[in-house]
Design a protein around this ligand. Sequence first.
Ligand SMILES: *[C@@H]1O[C@H](CO)[C@@H](O)[C@H](O)[C@H]1NC(C)=O
Ligand SMILES: *[C@@H]1O[C@H](CO)[C@@H](O)[C@H](O)[C@H]1NC(C)=O
Ligand SMILES: *[C@@H]1O[C@H](CO)[C@@H](O)[C@H](O)[C@H]1NC(C)=O
Length: 329
Amino acid sequence: MARGWRQSKNRIVKNVFCFGCLFVLPLLVLAVIVYSKSKNVESLPAPRELPSQKFDDSPQFYLIALIMSDPTKSATRKAVRETWLSNTHKDVKHYFVVGSKGLAQDVLQNVLEESSSYHDMVILESLNESYSSLTGKTLAGFQWLHSNHNFTFLLKCDDDSFVRMSPLIEQLRKQPQSHLYWGFFKGGSSVFQKGKWKENDWFLCDTYLPYALGGGYVLSSDLVEFIAKNAPLLQQYKSEDVSVGVWLSPLKIHRVHDVRFDTEFKSRGCYNEYLITHKQSANQMREKQANLLKTGKLCQSELRVRYSYNYNWTVLPSKCCKNFDPELP
Ligand SMILES: *[C@@H]1O[C@H](CO)[C@@H](O)[C@H](O)[C@H]1NC(C)=O
Ligand SMILES: *[C@@H]1O[C@H](CO)[C@@H](O)[C@H](O)[C@H]1NC(C)=O
Ligand SMILES: *[C@@H]1O[C@H](CO)[C@@H](O)[C@H](O)[C@H]1NC(C)=O
């Protein structure tokens, strides 16, 4: 069957235009009519890149970046596209993940237009951005990725993360190619009992379990698959990164702590070794990109704001992360 499919592939490709005339165009017209009549969020056309992705010989990507983003933040996405996403790699792909449920009509229209210009957005129709937690969104993103792509690694980051893609990929090739959970790990901090990050459903332990901080971490596809397949059973906690740590906690995998991930709630400063820097404004991203183009270095001058540490895996989480080391970036 596989052989037959291959032999007929050329014919299929030649017939694409004909196929398009007969089926796709009328469907598109119909979709536009239905959409403009109903103005109903649920009748949104699927993200436009999906059909062509599937038709495109199911490509295998080495790394897919899912960048969690707010539908209204098109200027931020523009800065990301023009800076760290501007160096393209043929086996790397990125998507901005946004929710579209309950969006104002004009915002929705802008998101759809942006999506059809750049073909790099995952629009989750079931996700109410202003209501749902980042955890639910990340989980939905993992499920979408698992069902729609073949890939080796996922990079989950935010739209205020600056990623040095080429060195990241170079370093990724030196890591275990499966069972990998790579980032800047933390453990032992007290569970939030009040405020914005209050955990209502947490009863596991006095402290969080070890997890890679959410400004950017890499998962091999087998771990994404594990999470996606078990999604309906997983308890979702307030923090997305804490949740991923819990979901993967029973697994025998490679947890790799790397101080080149500056992915905490606040940046530790600027070091040229950094693969990912979190909490960057559009201007800071443009500055970093300009530095890289001009001098090959991320930072105009290196700067420390906070100390870093190596995770100690031989002790329990309450003691894991205490050795702040002035030698580390
Ligand atoms: C989305 O969430 C907002 C805020 O909670 C709510 O007002 C709105 O009704 C929700 N929309 C939908 C379609 O669920
Ligand atoms: C992944 O690759 C396999 C084998 O090449 C193919 O059968 C499958 O459809 C692909 N899946 C996706 C989601 O592209
Ligand atoms: C981890 O902690 C143990 C026990 O305190 C200590 O002996 C060891 O040197 C630490 N390892 C690292 C890499 O800090």
